[in-house]
Design a binder for this molecule. Structure first.
Ligand code: GUN
Ligand code: ZN
Length: 479
């Protein structure tokens, strides 16, 4: 029989398919030596559970009154080397930013000391911020990508690592590989990763985006992913100038999605960043193939790329997670992505309202039902309008940052919430941390406190981080 490793008692919040946020007070959760959740039940069951699993009730970890566990957050899109310039250089739009800022810096990662320093910092920073799973882009350099994998493993972060592939770069020609090199080095990277046998760090096939990849390279990478059943990541439909460039480079294709699809890069293990301008027709292909979108709202705003209409993605039942897209996005925290996703959704809502008013075509307007001043009003109609127009709720955004991310990466059978048999990836939240950036002034309902943490909290409130039942923050290592 499984032996119990940890038992926790207190409040837990998580998402399920049926419910965007369940708040479960007075629950008891046990993990086994493999880090999997053995049981998750009401505390009334404690005695029976203790007898069944043979644990000592005096050793249960009891959470503080206002503390709670939530699932670890999943960053479905982050560029590890770009952490070295995060928070700077965002005055240019995407393609110029790549040319003047990103490519010259990524080009320096042939130097393993540079890579090791930055990769140590980004893994530590993201873990501290509650990212238990990160889907990383590295650079074109295989050895540096191997270093990133070993650092993620060393700190206990669950991660996908992508050695970046690009055999064309008109913007900054010295930063690219030949077609043969790109394939050969990707194969070498996958081989090394296989040999290392990391428990929770895996390779991901990473054509940077169609602008810097030949058709031949895309096709060979698609074939490689198929042969080895590998995950795939790239960028799609991020900015108007980028889309124009792709349509010029690939004139024989119907649209941007078709470029990836016909080269076998859209599978149920694919995550594509951005997708701001995908048509409904393209979204249907995503849905059909089981491919996911990583919504990176901070980056979309910071680089003036565009806005993703999250509600439309969800309506099309396309898998969706959140990404920081460091350093196009300036924050390494998924809490920021939650906030920016909601803000983006509200901006889209306001734009739609404005358009409707301009066109004056909506019946409800003429009948005077719609309250356009909802921002200034507390009336019930205003709330109904926001809900009817499906502004992303805090609960839904929470689901995207946790379960949604794990679905986007096709690891939702392993992690994403607190279902029995999944691995225990969790954050212990203390809203009353000594240096907390917000106060809990009175006995407020749990849901309000959770909301306050999601809107105002940060790493100071994250008391501990667990990946597969193992506590990884405070850090395992001082390396
Ligand atoms: N498209 C191709 N490369 C990149 C990158 O590094 N960041 C972002 N945001 N978009 C890209
Ligand atoms: Zn990106």
């Amino acid at each position: 029989m499984d032996t119990v490793q940890h038992v926790f008692k207190g409040t837990f919040i998580h998402s399920t398919h049926a419910c965007a946020m369940e708040v479960l007070e007075n629950y008891i959760l046990g993990t086994n030596s493999a880090g999997k959740i053995l049981f998750f039940e009401k505390t009334q069951e404690q005695l029976r559970l203790a007898q069944k699993w043979g644990f000592d009730e005096s050793k249960i970890d009891v959470l503080g009154k206002n503390e709670f566990f939530m699932p670890g957050m999943v960053d479905t899109h982050i560029h590890a080397p770009q952490y070295s310039f995060v928070g700077t250089g965002m005055e240019r739009p995407l393609l110029e930013w790549l040319k003047h800022t990103t490519f010259p810096i990524e080009d320096t990662y042939a130097n393993l000391e540079t890579a090791s320093n930055v990769y140590n910092s980004v893994v530590k920073r993201t873990l501290r911020n509650g990212t238990t799973t990160a889907c990383y882009f590295a650079t074109i350099h295989t050895d540096a990508s191997i270093v990133l994998a070993s650092i993620a493993d060393q700190y206990g972060q669950r991660a996908f690592i992508g050695k970046v592939c690009m055999d064309s770069n008109k913007a900054y020609p010295q930063y690219k590989e030949s077609n043969e090199e790109s394939i050969k080095e990707t194969k070498r990277f996958v081989e090394v990763m296989k040999k290392e046998k990391y428990d929770r760090v895996k390779p991901i096939v990473t054509p940077r985006f169609a602008v810097t990849c030949s058709e031949k390279l895309l096709n060979e990478l698609g074939t490689l992913a198929e042969e080895h059943q590998l995950h795939i990541q790239s960028h799609i439909s991020e900015s108007p100038a980028e889309i124009e460039e792709v349509l010029n480079l690939f004139p024989g294709y119907k649209n941007y999605t078709d470029v990836y699809d016909r080269n076998k890069l859209l599978t149920d293990k694919t995550v594509m960043a951005h997708g701001c301008y995908l048509s409904n027709e393209e979204l249907l292909i995503f849905r059909e193939k089981g491919a996911a979108i990583s919504h990176c709202p901070n980056s979309n705003i910071s680089l003036c790329s565009g806005h993703l209409d999250v509600q439309n993605i969800l309506k099309h039942k396309v898998k969706l997670g959140l990404g920081t897209d460091v350093a196009g996005g300036y924050s390494t925290s998924l809490l920021d992505a939650i906030r920016k996703a909601i803000e983006t959704s509200k901006i889209i809502f306001m734009e739609k309202q404005k358009k409707q008013k301009e066109n004056n075509t909506i019946d409800t307007f003429q009948k005077g039902k719609m309250d356009t001043n909802w921002i200034n009003s507390n009336g019930k109609n205003s709330i109904m309008e926001m809900e009817a127009n499906h502004v992303l709720s805090i609960k839904e955004a929470f689901r995207l940052a946790t379960l949604g991310g794990s679905e986007a990466l096709s690891i939702d059978h392993i992690t994403g919430n607190f279902e029995v048999d999944k691995e225990f990836d969790a954050l212990l939240i203390n809203p009353e941390a000594i240096d907390s950036p917000f106060e809990v002034l009175s006995d407020i309902p749990k849901e309000e406190m959770i909301q306050r943490f999601l809107y105002l909290g940060d790493d100071r409130n994250i008391k501990a981080v667990y990946v597969a039942g193992r506590r990884v923050v405070p850090f395992l290592t001082n390396a």
